[in-house]
Design a protein around this ligand. Sequence first.
Ligand code: THU
Length: 161
Amino acid sequence: MKKQKIVTEFEIFESIEELSEEIQQLMHKAKLAREKAYAPYSNFLVGAAILLENNIIVCGSNQENSSYPSGLCAERTAIYAAGANYPNAKIKTIALTAGPRKTINTIPVPPCGACRQAIAEYEQKQDQPIEVYFMAKEGKVCRVSSLLHLLPLAFDKNFLK
Ligand code: THU
């Protein structure tokens, strides 16, 4: 038996003001996208803004459904829109903000497992890491330089061979 250790790392910024101007703008777009969420069942609103290498920004928000599993998270709504509309543009950065409709949360909200898997697919497709910033409605912002810091031992297409 042999033990293996995987080290992942992330950065914590005290507030949005600590981010570069470009990322602050991106997070601002995510906040605007969040307000467009369709989340009448959970009342938990999530916004995503994706910065492409060609400087186009693609946004998304969670879209719920009365048949609950038919809804989709903000991250996948946005990344599938980016993939569908700009299939050859590499994704540089994803900014995420999430929180309940009426109350303020401050603990940064990371993407769910299914969204991590979806983002990992695009990272592999473009053979370039995607940095992810995530926060609550207010407060600290976390950053990973690659999605794989959030998804060690990821399943990918190589296992299909
Ligand atoms: N949600 C997202 O949009 N992204 C995540 O990463 C986690 C959860 C949405 C799905 C659902 O509409 C609501 O948040 C509550 O789970």
